[in-house]
Structure formats: structure tokens, C-alpha cells
Design a protein around this ligand. Structure first.
Ligand code: SAH
Length: 245
């Protein structure tokens, strides 16, 4: 079910049940009360990643306090998205973009991968997690994607669970069209691997191509920037074999 676009949606940490009112955080108070100027009795949508989405009513017991009172469930908690997104970190600003777009496109796990030519780094996992929550609030996702700690590519491959296929965006692929490659894939569990701005090294590409749980895919006739490649790949994967069908 697609989300209601008109109502404000907020991620909260409290358990959600009818009548179980809880105190808004300072930030939520500031946003709802001072920025949006929402009054007593107004409604917002709240979700916590566990209990579905609820319409909650605002109540101000005093001028300095705000309670959120869940009234009715508007959407049940769905299964989390299952597409794992493996990405080489980009420089700070582009990394925020990358994380937000990946969540919008239906990534269920965000796994930073350190490759030989990686230039960015993950200075702050909390910032990634904050971007994930912001994107989820924005696009109506109720299961918050997990952000994993960075791993080296070779460590990740060495411990890889064989029942999940890695779709590896290979800028050196001889083909152009990813659709026939995707159509031939049997596994339901998938991961997408996109390289850093500097691309994969020849060594890495050789290793990836030799692994039976990895499928290289092309993304057209042009070299895309890593952030563009990620969005393009997720769009074709979701449309061909994922949750857009
Ligand atoms: N500097 C590299 C390009 C890196 S692009 C070079 O010039 O070769 C960053 C990443 O985006 C790549 O590692 C790859 O995973 C993905 N990518 C970009 N364009 C692609 C394409 N046409 N096909 C498949 N993957 C692509």
C-alpha cells in the first residue's frame, strides 16, 4: 500500500498502540509546534519500524509539552525490503544523497564496502542512519533499512551467504542491456554491488567475475557516476525482478 502523501509522517521510538500516548522529543516538539504550528487535536502519522503506521493526535498538556496519542493504525507493519545494497562510500555530500536514494529505491540493508580505489570513507554511521530515517519518513517506508558497519570487499566475499546472488555493476561489461541478464536470475535474495568513483581494480573485477554467486551486469553504453549507477541499477532490478512488478 502506498503512503498517504498529505499527512506529516514522523519516525518515533515509542511502542505504538491505541491510546498509548507518549511524549514528543524536543526536536519533534520544535518541528510540529514551532515550525508547522500544529495545534491541539491535529493529526500526524507516526511509525517506529515495528508496529505499523498510526494516525496520532497532538495534545498539549502544557505550553511546553506535547503528547502524541496513537488513535488508529493506518497501515500494518510490512516485511522489510530484502535488496542488500553494497556500495563503496563516496565523499560526504554525495554519500548522503546515495543513502537517501537507496532507501527510496527499496534497499533493505546498506552495506558500505571498502574497495581498492575507494576515496570516501564512513566517518559517522549515525549520519547514515539519520539519512535513512529521513528518507523513510519522506517516502513512506515503514521498515527502517539497516545500516551495517563498513567491510572490506574481500572479507565480505569470503563470508558471503551462498543463497544470495550479488549483482555486480561492471563498468567493463561487454554488453549494454541488463534486462536479459536479470531475466535469467533464479534467486529471490539479491544484493547489488556498485563501485567507487574510481571504479573497481582489474584484480577486483577478475575476482568478482570468477565467483559463482556473482553476476556482472552492464548499465548501458555510458560510464555512470557511482550514485547514478546505483539508482539506475535499482530501478531496472526492481522493475524486472523486484518489488515494482
Ligand atoms: N572511473 C571508472 C568508472 C567508475 S563508475 C572508469 O572510468 O572506469 C562507478 C561505478 O558505477 C562502477 O564501479 C560501476 O559499479 C558502476 N557503473 C558505472 N557505469 C556503469 C556501466 N555502464 N555499467 C555497469 N556499471 C557501471
Amino acid at each position: 500500500m502506498r503512503a498517504n502523501h498529505r499527512m506529516q509522517r514522523l519516525f518515533v521510538t515509542a511502542d505504538l498502540a491505541a491510546g498509548a500516548a507518549f511524549e514528543a522529543t524536543k526536536e519533534q516538539f520544535h518541528y510540529l509546534s514551532n515550525v508547522l504550528r500544529m495545534e491541539d487535536g491535529a493529526s500526524v502519522l507516526v511509525f517506529n519500524g515495528r508496529d505499523g503506521e498510526w494516525r496520532a493526535e497532538l495534545g498539549y498538556p502544557t505550553r511546553k509539552r506535547l503528547l502524541l496519542n496513537p488513535i488508529e493504525e493506518t497501515r500494518p507493519q510490512p516485511e522489510p525490503a530484502d535488496l542488500h545494497y553494497l556500495f563503496a562510500p563516496l565523499k560526504a555530500g554525495r554519500l548522503d544523497y546515495l543513502v537517501q536514494k537507496a532507501v527510496e529505491m527499496g534497499a533493505g540493508l546498506l552495506q558500505p564496502v571498502m574497495t581498492q580505489h575507494v576515496q570516501g570513507r564512513i566517518a559517522n554511521l549515525d549520519r547514515l542512519a539519520a539519512n535513512v530515517v529521513e528518507a523513510a519518513e519522506q517516502c513512506g517506508i515503514l521498515a527502517i533499512p539497516e545500516v551495517a558497519a563498513p567491510r572490506r570487499l574481500e572479507d565480505l566475499l569470503a563470508a558471503w551467504p551462498r543463497d544470495r546472488r550479488i549483482l555486480f555493476c561492471d563498468e567493463g561489461h561487454a554488453g549494454q542491456n541488463p534486462l536479459p541478464v536479470l531475466a535469467a536470475i533464479g534467486e529471490k535474495k539479491l544484493a547489488l554491488l556498485v563501485g567507487p568513483e574510481g571504479g573497481f581494480s582489474d584484480d577486483e573485477r577478475r575476482t568478482l567475475r570468477s565467483l559463482d554467486f556473482v553476476t556482472p551486469i552492464p548499465l548501458g553504453p555510458r560510464i555512470l557516476r557511482a550514485d547514478t549507477a546505483a539508482v539506475a541499477a535499482m530501478a531496472v532490478i526492481q522493475a524486472a525482478i523486484g518489488d515494482w512488478r
